[in-house]
Design a protein around this ligand. Sequence first.
Ligand code: NDP
Length: 342
Amino acid sequence: LKVLLTGGSGFIAAHTLAVLLNYGHSVVTTVRTQEKADKIRAAYKDYVEKGRLGFAIVPDIAKPDAFDEAVKSDPPFEAVLHTASPFHFNVTDVQKDLLDPAVIGTTGILKSIKKNAPSVKRVVITSSFAAIVDGNRGLWPGHAYSEEDWNPITHEQAQENAMCGYRASKTFAEKAAWDFLAKEKPNFTIATINPPMVFGPIIHSLDSLENMNTSNQRILSTCQGKFKDEIPPSGVYLWVDVRDVAEAHVAAMEKEDAANKRFFTTAGHFSNREIVDIVRKHFPQFKDLPTDSTPGGDYPEGGKDAVYSYNNRRSIDVLGLRYRTLEESIVDAVKSFQAVGL
Ligand code: NDP
């Protein structure tokens, strides 16, 4: 298919681009600057030369008409994968830094497609477990989260801190997409991918380890000895490998049955202590790793049974996902960090 992929310089999008090209699709990816386009171009020279990969510069998705031109193409696009959205906590203004790019970015691209790209049949949106989890319920033992669940976070709660702001940004953006579909009745169907914490190797260009994407930061911190005295709480107890998230996006684009469905893509439970133990086993050469007696990072008293569980059946049955193990994900992540200077 001819596909538009937004945010191609990101952690998840870089893997999604690799899967798309590998499966024979032609891709135009949006990035914020020419410099970012050039870095991807250098990595995929052959595809660019064969006309299977092109670029569009979209500096700020929070502008309502940001995608008006990018959605136009000849031959025209048949599918759009919208992954671009801020995922970081260096936030001074929740509205401006998180909610606007997430919500306006999502409604903006849907409007642009309806207006300027009538050939698009499927839009896949990267949502999140953040749009599923109910923070008010805490650990909610006995509950299995699934696509049925919606985060009930309010606009007021969104302002509490950067974490609430991020979760709200994903919730409001996904809601806005389903509302758009109901009200505007466009030519296309949509599918959302809702991953929890995403780990795994980085294949996007990274200037410095300091710019590590948010969800891999705890793995890097472990390797750098930052958890020597205490392992921080896990915060979230579900995870998925980035390569499986990328496969999910492409399957949700290709499969008829994925139309108008959410997909809760998770491989299962994890704790920060399990990550630490995998790093210790495979990379004992790192200095200042925590030991068995270092406090923190574990499941609460009672183990996995003391926290919510999950139902990922739909992602397996409809998308055909086979989830990688935490050990594979963490080991490959660390190897990719070593390749960029760890
Ligand atoms: P990254 O930070 O690596 O990617 C985010 C992408 O969005 C980057 O390409 C970034 O561009 C782009 N972006 C952010 N804000 C803007 C803006 N205002 N205008 C234009 N582009 C923008 O993170 P991930 O790959 O992890 O995140 C990708 C998606 O996956 C997001 O939608 C995120 O919410 C979602 N997600 C991630 C999870 C995770 O654990 N990693 C879990 C669940 C969902 P640039 O780098 O140039 O700023």
